[in-house]
Design a protein around this ligand. Structure first.
Ligand code: ATP
Length: 206
């Protein structure tokens, strides 16, 4: 089984690339999706959040009010750490579970926006960075996703830099223009997976 980390700045095209790799046969683990899963109604995670931050982080129907939680959790560094202390271990366990469930000869792609910020590169056989220049990302976030421009700028500025991502990239996919063709990349991943499984992979990266 090959563990691939897929990252990139907000709006760079990670989900787009993940979808293309899924079409080829990759199993995708979406970190943002797991982060929502651990706080779904009825979970221990949500109960812990309510205990720490109060009932007013819930909507009337018992689901999490994300804006209310964000207002409280990002107010202080301590509150942020409290929330991370609840969510991170649970997301980690769920990720490990999903990885373990992959077929022996599978290619698992972990779509994880904060791979660089969390210093996670060593957890993967290979790291793919999806790149689009900041202006292009801004335009896509504002036009395709309807995000407020100032909000988008702030989010881009708060993330790791392109240089930091370049430092961990085994594969650099430029998605500033047309969506890249992943045929060659997929063939490389298939070959690398076979090497990893048959132990001919000694050290280093392709
Ligand atoms: P996020 O960090 O918010 O999860 P992401 O990195 O997963 O974003 P996508 O959701 O794949 O990025 O792409 C952001 C937006 O840009 C989407 O609306 C997508 O359809 C569009 N997009 C992605 N790649 C291209 C491209 N090459 N050309 C034009 N639009 C694109």
């Amino acid at each position: 089984m090959l563990r691939v980390g897929l990252t990139g700045g907000i709006g760079s095209g990670k989900s787009t690339v993940a979808r293309l790799l899924a079409e080829r046969g990759a199993m995708i683990i979406d970190a943002d999706k797991l982060a929502r899963e651990v706080l779904e109604p009825g979970t221990e995670g949500l109960a812990e959040v309510v205990k720490a931050f109060g009932e007013d982080v819930l909507n009337a129907d018992g689901t999490l009010n994300r804006a209310a939680l964000a207002a409280k959790a990002f107010a202080t560094e301590e509150a942020r750490q409290t929330l991370n202390g609840i969510t991170h271990p649970r997301i980690g366990r769920l990720t490990a579970e999903r990885m373990a469930a992959a077929p022996e000869d599978g290619i698992v792609v972990h779509d994880i926006p904060l791979l660089v910020e969390r210093d996670m590169a060593a957890a993967y056989h290979l790291v793919i960075v999806v790149y689009a220049d900041a202006e292009t990302r801004l335009r896509r976030l504002v036009t395709s996703r309807g995000m407020d421009e100032d909000d988008a700028r702030q989010r881009i500025a708060a993330q790791a830099t392109d240089e930091q991502r370049r430092a961990v990239a085994d594969v650099w996919l430029d998605n500033s223009g047309e969506v890249p063709d992943v045929t060659g990349l997929w063939d490389r991943l298939v070959g690398f997976e076979k090497n990893v499984r048959t132990q001919t992979y000694a050290s280093g990266r392709p």
